[in-house]
Design a protein around this ligand. Sequence first.
Ligand SMILES: Nc1ncnc2c1ncn2[C@@H]1O[C@H](COP(=O)(O)OP(=O)(O)O)[C@@H](O)[C@H]1O
Ligand SMILES: [Mg+2]
Length: 266
Amino acid sequence: MTDLLEVRNISKYYSYKNGWLTPQRVCALEPISFSVKRGETIAIMGETGSGKSTIAKLISGAEVPSSGEIFLNGELLDPNNHQQRCREIRMIFQDSLRSLNPQLTIGKQLLESLLFNTKWSAAEQQEHVYVTLQKVGLLPDHFDFYPHMLSSGQQQRVCIARAIILEPQIIVADEAFAALDPSIRAQIINLILDLQEDMGISFIFASHSPEIVKHVADKILIMHRGKMIEFDSTQALLTNPKQQLTKMLLQSEQLNKALKHTTTQE
Ligand SMILES: Nc1ncnc2c1ncn2[C@@H]1O[C@H](COP(=O)(O)OP(=O)(O)O)[C@@H](O)[C@H]1O
Ligand SMILES: [Mg+2]
């Protein structure tokens, strides 16, 4: 079976001007390679500034790599062909709730991608929006709601609806659920797992939460200062981590709390 996504030696350098000095170059991502199978879930973990968002942006096409190539179903993705990318790979951003337009109804926002990417009639587009709302646990009535009329959990469902509406092969999420209440977060994660099973979508997500990662990920990619330092199955990294950082990142939040508690008691 060929891999759905193959990332080959992609890297990213940013240049920025610091006053009158010559432009500075920052290496956000050293060349990395990995592949993702259909329906597989990959978690990206690492400290702040380690390159997680950079990987997410390069895969989704929001940034162009400084070197390397990305293949989808064996076909080279053109970094500048947004239409091709936009259908097959969708991104849910870190501040996804703020990405909803407060002045447009949910229905209109969902119709937008269909207008630009399909040749369907108005009635077909509307029907597809209703079906998608139902897929994410919302009602056809929500079509006419404005974002402020929804709870944050429902708004997150709209963001997921927007991500799946073109039936993509891959969803990339960059710490998209960190701001949600733990109970709502659990519901949203379970929704994604259900959609993944129904639609065979591969899911690549950056997360700080060992609980979510252990619950959801088939494989984990560990980043440190722009380098991939480990990439293996969740099981392998839990039972036999080669790096101390992997061990620390995967230590459960509860265990961390318990350790803090015992040290303060001593
Ligand atoms: N637009 C940019 N211009 C300059 N440097 C950037 C830019 N975006 C990210 N970086 C740098 O690249 C590195 C990796 O950033 P990022 O991928 O956002 O890390 P993470 O998501 O793991 O916190 C950081 O050192 C960051 O400062
Ligand atoms: Mg980030």
